[in-house]
Design a protein around this ligand. Structure first.
Ligand code: ADP
Ligand code: ASP
Ligand code: MG
Length: 414
């Protein structure tokens, strides 16, 4: 099918009745350009958070299945309202939830992954010249239960649809003008990027830049989806996410700060084979994603193991670690929520020793202690005191000359 465009509108882009009416006009205009339009929408404004708050007032530990039943209603409300706004403009439209478009996922509630999408219904509706509005963030498991894809998951619905429908382009409309060197709501003078590579975007997204859901970038890279991030509030060009050979080679493209992590330290475990295996195997079987891991030799035959997890997994991690404490003969478990992760990301990092030194010097100049370090070809991350996180983010941006008042293309001067 020719010329399908997938557009996705995030929560603040459909956050009020006026916003929904504006977005409806924008969608109809796109359709007039001879396009078949599939639109993915998130829940209005703060709806998902409000639903979570309601649930917590009733039960602090609800089952993930029931949470998914609840959270999926946010998107169902916004798709129908948007469809009504489009009907008001006399255009043919239909809204479909994840169940109706057969967005099949695995059964890992609250963090499900899309396995398949049966596009027959969507294609039929497009053939009838209808605009198709799809609920983001939700799917259905093979057991016929409603699932959700993790916070921010509507981006992933959009890219998955673009991939499977072989769409010309996937346009992600949000509340900022595109992808910046850092979160423009925290860093003064953060610079808007024209282009970023899939790899860099995947790192930034995974490391806390919530402008795109990490899984959506992974899918876009895998299926070569033309992806652009732009504002739904103005006509700026936005940021294209492209293959690495289409971006300029800079040392550092961006810096991100993840404030939603916690550090777990398992103290004084025996230094013997199998301890790490028992610990991380149990976490993995419970779908807990572990990030940085450090093992310190405490004294002969005794180790401390520290690792980081997402705050949203903390309750589960506490339960599992306490259960494991005796099995692995640990003396104590310390949970530290007063940490953040700051990371520099760029395709030039692999070939430069300079980046690490400028990064660590910047933190030193601010008097920030580095608690953990991890590196990959295109990123360096440090765990630091949460209280210093935002100040450090601003300073590191400035030291790498990423802010608009000192942005330099040739970063060798750092
Ligand atoms: P939506 O509701 O449209 O999905 P999100 O709130 O999920 O929007 O993502 C957009 C937000 O991401 C922005 O408002 C911004 O604060 C934040 N953000 C974090 N890092 C970046 C970055 N590097 N570039 C742009 N925005 C960023
Ligand atoms: N409404 C969901 C959330 O708030 C999904 C999304 O916005 O992408 O996380
Ligand atoms: Mg989002």
């Amino acid at each position: 099918m020719d010329n399908i465009i997938v557009q996705k509108y995030g929560g603040s882009s459909v956050g009020s009745i006026d916003r929904i009416k504006n977005v409806a006009k924008q969608i109809v205009k796109a359709k007039y350009k001879n396009n078949k339009i599939v639109v993915v929408v998130s829940a209005m404004g703060n709806t998902t958070n409000e639903l979570i708050e309601k649930a917590m007032k009733i039960n602090e530990n609800p089952s993930s299945r029931e949470m998914d039943m609840l959270l999926s209603t946010g998107e169902q409300m916004s798709i129908s309202l948007l469809a009504m706004a489009i009907q008001e403009l006399n255009e043919e439209v239909i809204s479909l939830n994840g169940y109706q478009c057969k967005i099949i996922t695995d059964d890992k509630h609250k963090k499900a992954r899309i396995k398949d999408i049966d596009t027959i219904r969507i294609k039929n509706e497009l053939e009838k010249e209808k605009i198709v509005i799809v609920a983001g963030f939700q799917g259905v498991s093979q057991k016929n239960d409603i699932t959700t894809l993790g916070r921010g998951g509507s981006d992933t619905t959009a890219v998955a649809l673009a991939a499977i429908l072989n769409a010309t382009r996937c346009e992600i409309y949000t509340d900022v003008d595109g992808v910046y060197t850092s979160d423009p709501r925290i860093v003064k003078g953060a610079n808007l990027l024209d282009r970023i590579s899939y790899d860099e975007m995947l790192e930034l997204a995974s490391l806390g830049a919530k402008v795109l859901h990490p899984r959506c970038v992974e899918l876009a890279r895998k299926y070569n989806v033309e992806l652009v991030v732009k504002s739904s509030f103005n006509k700026c060009n936005g940021t294209e996410v492209v293959e690495v050979n289409k971006v300029e080679n800079v040392l550092v493209r961006g810096v991100s700060l993840d404030e939603n992590i916690a550090k777990i330290s398992i103290l004084e475990v025996p230094d013997e084979p199998g301890i790490s295996y028992k610990l991380f195997d149990t976490l993995s079987k419970n779908n807990i994603q572990v990030d940085m891991i450090i093992q310190n030799i405490n004294r002969e035959n005794i180790n401390d193991i520290s690792f980081t997890v997402k705050v949203e997994d903390l309750k589960e991690v506490k339960r599992i670690s306490n259960e494991l404490k005796n099995k692995i003969n640990a003396k104590d478990i310390i949970i530290d929520e007063s940490v953040s992760k700051i990371s520099v990301v760029g395709i030039g990092i692999a070939g430069s020793s300079n980046v690490a030194s400028v990064f660590f010097r910047s933190l030193y100049e601010l008097g920030v202690n580095i608690q953990m370090i991890s590196t990959s070809e295109i990123k360096i991350s440090c765990i630091i005191d949460k209280k210093k996180g935002r100040e450090a983010l601003q300073y590191v941006n400035q030291e790498f000359r990423l802010c608009s008042d000192n942005y330099v293309f040739e970063q060798e001067i750092v």
